[in-house]
Ligand binder design. Structure first.
Ligand code: NDP
Length: 332
């Protein structure tokens, strides 16, 4: 949550701590495909971008294995290698990539203030927010145990590896319905694990999922754990029979897909920017502009619909071009 720091405007000190301030033309927060693409374009436009990588350098893609749907890699590439390539490309043109996380912002003035790790103050003429979104997990130990071994939060990224196999999708919203249908086109069978007796998904999507012959909906089921020798071979579920009665069920699966929502990493910006009810930053349609001049958003933090590496990269390019145009209009 937003927690104002006690910064003394006159002394530039936080409480009694000295604040180390630095002025930059373009600050990029976040280092996924959106952030790095913004950096490549901003650096080539002489904006001397400074990037803070955030908690998960490289972003969500570093948690995937093979990426096969990003144009330009005919043989596929692993997520970490692709992010390392993007980083090198951004650095080649002079992007200053740094460790650190933005912990507070002040977008009330003409120059935008961003605090890094609660101590370092950056004063930026333009800020490009590329902080991404984080997929929600159930919080089971087994999700960590089988990370990269059958557990995924992105069917579009990883579904291909489960062709002809049986998989499960957890969730009852539009994402779960969409991912279940996508997987149904590739896999032998898809279990859709739904904790209630109805889907939250829109009527059209819910009906489509229910009519798909190789999707079996397991109503009122919750996941207790996963099992398998090194990789997922099955899941143990608990079926709610009502009246506090329940039954344990096991299913044999090779892939376990989470689709219980994403959380955009936008909390620190909320006092200054508009967000939707989930927290996605609102931008002027067809641009990366937020409601604050000089502050731009790109990638998953502002995209509830597509959330792909390539769309994130495209919107990062838009943000850098918008930032460059903003600066040239400002300075003439
Ligand atoms: P939602 O928040 O809409 O749905 C999350 C689902 O996960 C719900 O069914 C919820 O169950 C379930 N869930 C949450 N926590 C748990 C848990 N711990 N255990 C089991 N189940 C759980 O998220 P979505 O990602 O599906 O959608 C987000 C937004 O994006 C929505 O507005 C959606 O309409 C939109 N969207 C639109 C698409 C499209 O139009 N093509 C595609 C994808 C998303 P419960 O229902 O019981 O709360």
């Amino acid at each position: 949550m937003f927690k104002p720091l006690d910064i003394n405007e006159n002394t530039g000190k936080k409480g009694n701590e000295p604040v180390d301030a630095e002025r930059v033309k373009c600050l990029i927060i976040g280092s996924g495909p959106a952030g790095y693409t913004a950096a490549i374009y901003a650096a080539r436009a002489n904006l001397s971008p400074v990037m803070y990588e955030g908690l998960q350098p490289g972003g969500q893609l570093t948690t995937t294995t093979e990426v096969e749907n990003y144009p330009g890699y005919p043989e596929g590439v692993t997520g970490p290698v692709m992010m390392e390539d993007l980083k090198k490309q951004a650095q080649r043109f002079g992007t200053d990539v740094r460790w650190g996380m933005a912990t507070e912002v002040d977008f009330s003035g003409d120059v935008h203030k961003v605090w890094i790790d609660e101590t370092k103050l950056i004063e930026a003429e333009t800020v490009i927010i590329a902080t991404g979104a984080t997929a929600k997990y159930l919080g089971l130990e087994d999700e960590k145990k089988y990370a990269g071994g059958g557990v995924s939060a992105c069917a579009t990224c990883d579904g291909f590896f489960y062709r002809g196999k049986d998989v499960a999708v957890v969730g009852g919203g539009d994402t779960a319905a969409e991912e279940a249908m996508y997987l149904a086109g590739l896999c032998n069978k898809v279990y859709l694990i739904v904790r209630r007796d109805e889907l939250r998904a829109s009527k059209v999507m819910a009906e489509r999922a229910m009519k798909t012959p190789n999707i079996e909906i397991l109503w009122k089921h919750q996941t207790k754990g996963l099992f398998g020798n090194g990789v997922v071979e099955g899941a143990t579920l608990v079926k709610n029979l009502g009246e506090q009665d329940e039954e344990e069920v096991t299913i044999k699966i090779d892939g376990f897909f989470l689709a219980i929502g994403h959380k955009p990493n936008s909390d620190i910006f909320k006092p200054y920017l508009d967000t939707d009810e989930v927290g996605y930053i609102k931008t002027v349609p067809g641009t990366s502009k937020t409601k604050v001049p000089g502050v731009f958003a790109c990638g998953d933090v502002q995209d509830p619909v597509y959330r792909q590496a390539v769309t994130a990269a495209g919107s990062g390019c838009m943000a850098a071009i918008d930032a460059e145009r903003y600066l040239s209009e400002k300075h003439g």
